[in-house]
Design a protein around this ligand. Structure first.
Ligand SMILES: Cc1cc2nc3c(=O)[nH]c(=O)nc-3n(C[C@H](O)[C@H](O)[C@H](O)COP(=O)(O)OP(=O)(O)OC[C@H]3O[C@@H](n4cnc5c(N)ncnc54)[C@H](O)[C@@H]3O)c2cc1C
Length: 317
């Protein structure tokens, strides 16, 4: 028979939102269980320097996440290496099935499953991720002061990232497969008027080129989609801006979502469309997508779960 574990608060996800929720829920004596998922530590474990986490002018992403895990555990969070495969939210206690076979039941659930940047899937892109290839201008733009940069994409994300990167870069080349953008008109106007930005139409990225020692980008190769001609563009940074996908597989058919699948929460709250289910971090956030904002939402979710459970009292509605 499957092992069943009951908890007052089940936290699903081990990024900044999940670990912070663990700290707050533990300090509220809720004895939370946190299930880490396939990527313990979340997205920041895939990057190198993080320079915008308050309290550290510079820290490696994986180190920051180990610190958060240690902190959450020290406060009393039970952290389990497992993957939630389905979540029944139709009645309380909520029931989560897991990959290990353990069934978790919970009076409240904090969803902190994050999001994934969409990538092109090139081998060279993978090789230079964190060493010149990024999917987050807010996170990494600062590293490219006075350098030449390439942005890939043609939607709102790409145009916004290209405009933002002109604050740092000497030149930004926007590579897009068509000759028109899919962004809002106002953003397109700003892009076209910006002297630092040069669009390269009808091209797609085929290779990121760089040095081995130290690992770093020196150029990209882009192919004309009609003629096949290859153009090499010197650059130090490559920003892939073809969108993000929230990790909403567990809840996309049950909870209200918006903006392409991000879980919808009540204004100024982490409450979802089902009482007792809270959502925090990139899973709900199509706008900021930062570690610090995710952590902030993790804090809110734990405080809201605590209030929800207190109001529930003896377990009746
Ligand atoms: C390359 C890169 C560099 C970045 N640099 C910075 C930076 O410098 N500064 C900054 O502030 N932000 C940065 N970000 C953004 C930042 O990483 C995210 O905003 C933040 O990690 C989101 O936190 P989160 O807790 O919402 O989720 P995530 O970090 O996305 O973590 C999601 C967690 O959910 C778990 N999970 C998913 N599905 C399941 C499941 N079914 N069962 C159990 N667990 C599950 C995963 O295993 C993972 O642990 C960067 C992102 C990337 C990709």
């Amino acid at each position: 028979m499957a092992d069943t574990r009951h908890t007052k608060v089940l936290i699903i996800g081990s990024g900044p939102a999940g670990y912070t929720a663990g700290v707050y829920a533990s300090r509220a004596m809720l004895e939370p269980i946190l299930v880490q998922g396939m990527e313990p530590g979340g997205q920041l474990t895939t990057t190198t320097d993080v320079e915008n986490w308050p309290g550290h002018s510079e820290i490696q992403g994986p180190d920051l996440m180990i610190n958060m895990e240690t902190h959450s555990r020290a406060m009393g969070t039970e952290i389990i290496s497992d993957l939630i495969t389905s979540l029944d939210m139709t009645k309380r206690p909520f029931t989560a099935q897991s990959d290990s076979g353990t069934v978790y039941t919970a009076d409240a659930v904090i969803l902190a499953t994050g999001a994934r940047a969409k990538w092109l899937g090139l081998e060279s892109e993978e090789k230079f991720k964190g060493f010149g290839v990024s999917a987050c201008a807010t996170c990494d733009g600062f590293f490219y002061r006075g350098q030449e940069i390439v942005v890939i994409g043609g939607g709102n994300t790409a145009v916004e990232e290209a405009l933002f990167l002109t604050n740092f870069a000497s030149k930004v080349t926007l590579i897009h497969r068509r000759d028109e953008l899919r962004s809002e008109k106002i953003l397109e106007d700003r892009l076209m008027k910006n002297e630092k930005i040069t669009p390269l139409w009808f091209h797609e990225l085929v290779e990121v080129v760089g040095d081995e020692n130290p690992l770093g980008v020196t150029a990209v190769r882009a192919k004309h989609v009609e003629t096949g001609e290859i153009t090499e563009i010197p650059c130090k940074g490559v920003f892939v801006a073809i969108g993000h996908a929230p990790a909403n597989e567990l809840v996309k058919d049950t909870l209200e979502t918006h903006m392409g699948g991000y879980v919808k929460t009540a204004p100024d709250s982490t409450a979802t469309s089902i009482p007792g289910i809270f959502a925090a971090g990139d899973l709900t956030d199509h706008k900021y997508r930062q570690a610090v904002t995710s952590a902030g939402m993790g804090c809110m979710a734990a405080l809201e779960a605590e209030r929800f459970l207190a109001e529930l009292g003896d377990g009746t509605e």
